[in-house]
Write a protein that binds this ligand. Structure first.
Ligand code: PEP
Ligand code: MN
Length: 338
């Protein structure tokens, strides 16, 4: 259930409603809009009588939320949520492009790509230090050394950094080196990890599992939000279908669907969504046209030598060309390319 307070309801009236919710054994999550406060009630709602809340002072109305995700739904939070880190705001009018190699491979590689991206005007660098590889014999990432390289490049270039965390035990340590924690597709339903990143309260990029529905994706976001961490970006990165020409099938439908269902920013990953660098530019444009708030793109200075995902990586010069094309497109869509 959600309780919509009247515009101008006093703090005392809001506190009284919250106390009543807690007395009945449920949790209250507040969404403070520009005009009014909405209170999300989480827990065993059978104890709650909407009519009794309806009569409390300052309450405008009560609504049953029919979807299984509550805090992630637009009913609870009608306005777009803004995710902020290191001078970047995602979910506003600005379209944010995050770019970088699949994996951190060496100090030289990250410095080269970091400065090249900075030159192009990119504000957010991606790069995996812990890589979830299908084969245990494939390159697994540089781990802690990789994080230190990311922190160094972040410091030198001023770029914000996003990197994947795979183990709940590493969440705090990883967050000391970067701005945004990525929960990868393979870990979308790793509930211990979702709790850990939720508790930490830092920005999260939550990627859609390759066999997960839109509802399951939003339920995973709900885990993070249930810790009162609303700094969550959801990422469409393609799902498994019968098609084998592309690595995954980017579910373009998910973009407007997620924007309608949820207040969280939506990021699209055309690199994993296609698996082919030649398709990345057209699909990036489709993603923006569908309403994405940003893109995450794999870029490698020497894709042929990449230790992972070279085939889907753009060269910096191709990204530069794409960014020039995205600028007028963003403007036509009423947005600004950051
Ligand atoms: C990645 O971003 O490099 C990655 C492994 O992505 P996903 O979890 O979407 O496969
Ligand atoms: Mn990758």
């Amino acid at each position: 259930m959600i309780i919509v307070m009247k515009a101008g309801a006093s703090k005392a009236q809001i506190d009284t409603v919250v106390t009543q919710i807690r007395t009945l054994g449920c949790q209250a999550h507040l969404s403070q809009g520009t005009e009014r406060t909405i209170i999300g009630v989480i827990g065993d709602e059978r104890q709650l009588n909407p009519d009794s809340f309806q009569m409390m002072e300052g309450v405008e109305k009560t609504l049953r939320v029919l979807s299984r995700f509550k805090l992630a739904s637009r009913d609870f939070h009608p306005e777009d949520t803004l995710v902020k880190f290191n001078g970047v705001t995602v979910g506003s009018k600005d379209i944010v492009v995050m770019a970088g190699p699949c994996a951190v491979e060496s100090r030289e590689q990250m410095h080269e790509v970091g400065w090249a991206l900075k030159e192009i005007g990119i504000k957010v660098l991606r790069g995996g230090a812990y890589k979830p590889r299908t084969s245990p014999y494939s390159f697994q990432g540089l781990g802690r050394d990789g994080l230190e390289i990311l922190a160094e490049v972040r410091e030198e270039t001023g770029l914000a950094v996003v990197t994947e965390v795979m183990d709940p035990k590493d969440v705090e340590m990883v967050s000391e080196h970067v701005d945004v924690l990525q929960v990868g597709a393979r870990n979308m339903q790793n509930y211990a990890l979702l709790h850990a990143v939720g508790e930490l309260g830092r920005p999260v990029l939550l990627k859609r599992g390759m066999m997960s529905t839109i509802e399951e994706l939003l339920m995973s976001a709900e885990y993070i939000l249930s810790h009162d961490n609303n700094q969550v970006m959801i990422c469409e990165r393609g799902i498994r279908t019968f098609e084998t020409y592309t690595r995954n099938t980017l579910d373009i439908n998910a973009v407007p669907a997620l924007k309608q269902l949820s207040h969280l920013p939506v990021i699209v990953d055309p690199s994993h969504g296609t698996g082919r660098w030649e398709l990345v530019s057209p699909i990036s444009k489709a993603a923006l046209a569908a309403g994405a708030d940003g893109l995450i793109l794999e870029v490698h200075p020497h894709p042929a030598q990449a230790l992972s995902d070279g085939a889907q990586s753009l060269k910096p010069e191709t990204l530069d060309k794409l960014m020039r094309e995205l600028k007028p497109l963003s403007q036509a869509l009423g947005r600004d390319l950051l």
